[in-house]
Write a protein of this length. Structure first.
Length: 264
């Protein structure tokens, strides 16, 4: 019941985050040009990825079925793929479950956060991603990935790995209307503000989707546990009643047999 009540609020945050992300994507797609791309560090497309950062989002608590195990498995697969390409990987972990797992297997962790609540805010996303974004701008990193649970429904939350840096300019749809923007002060100044906002919003959406997915997984896990417990109680009650009935039948048989022996 607690997970179900939290899930509704988490779903509302997911739905509220999507329109802003869609508008950001459309504006950047309209403003982007190859000439402008050369001036922005966040749009830099490295020829070779020598060092990458992976941000893994997990929960602080368990009782959510395979939710955290699926996320850590996705992160391990991504890390193995990158290291197979001779890329040095810095791992940044959010949540006690992911942190405990990678500490257990002896994996070096660049940073960790366990103080984030079930209701992440844009400020949390800013604190989480600004450090790696600055490192990317300084060419200390060549790529940044985020591993999260993509919320599709309460029963469908597949683990997903998205590359958030370098920013890949969104493609304009063929039937999308051409907007005639009045740019002030300039497209360059606007992109200077929009590109970091776009990256932070990508992380924020990953956080709210993971939070909603966690509550959905916890609700499903608790429902399964409750159903299994009810089935077990029913089975044990039936077994108890059969044993009790057998004992009563035996006692009645003994009484009847004794009475017949006395009469004989």
């Amino acid at each position: 019941m607690v997970a179900a009540s939290k899930l509704k609020r988490a779903q509302d945050r997911v739905v509220a985050a999507r329109p802003y992300a869609a508008v950001l994507r459309d504006v950047i797609a309209d403003l982007y040009s190859p000439e402008l791309a050369e001036r922005f560090a966040l749009l830099r497309q490295p020829g070779e990825v020598k060092r990458a950062a992976v941000i893994l989002l997990t929960s602080n608590r368990g009782l959510a079925g395979g939710f955290n195990a699926n996320l850590t498995r996705e992160a391990r697969g991504l890390i193995a793929t990158l290291e197979g390409e001779r890329t040095q990987v810095d791992l940044h972990v959010v949540g006690r479950k992911g942190l405990g797992y990678f500490r257990y297997i002896g994996r070096a962790i660049a940073s960790s956060r366990t103080d984030l609540s079930d209701a992440p805010t844009p400020a949390d996303a800013r604190q989480l991603v600004d450090g790696v974004m600055d490192a990317f701008a300084k060419r200390e990193l060549d790529a940044v990935y985020v591993v999260y649970a993509k919320y599709q429904s309460a029963l469908s939350t597949p683990p997903t790995a998205d590359r958030i840096l370098p920013v890949t300019p969104p493609e304009r749809k063929a039937d999308a209307p051409v907007r005639d923007y009045i740019l002030a002060p300039s497209a360059e100044a606007i992109l200077t503000e929009l590109l970091p906002a776009y990256v932070r919003n990508a992380v924020y959406r990953s956080m709210v989707e993971t939070a909603a997915a966690e509550q959905g997984a916890r609700r499903s896990a608790m429902k399964s546990a409750t159903d299994n417990a009810n089935d077990l109680i029913t089975t044990l009650r039936r077994t108890y009643n059969r044993a009790r009935q057998a004992q009563i039948t035996q006692e009645i048989a003994e009484i009847v047999g004794g009475a017949a022996a006395l009469e004989g």
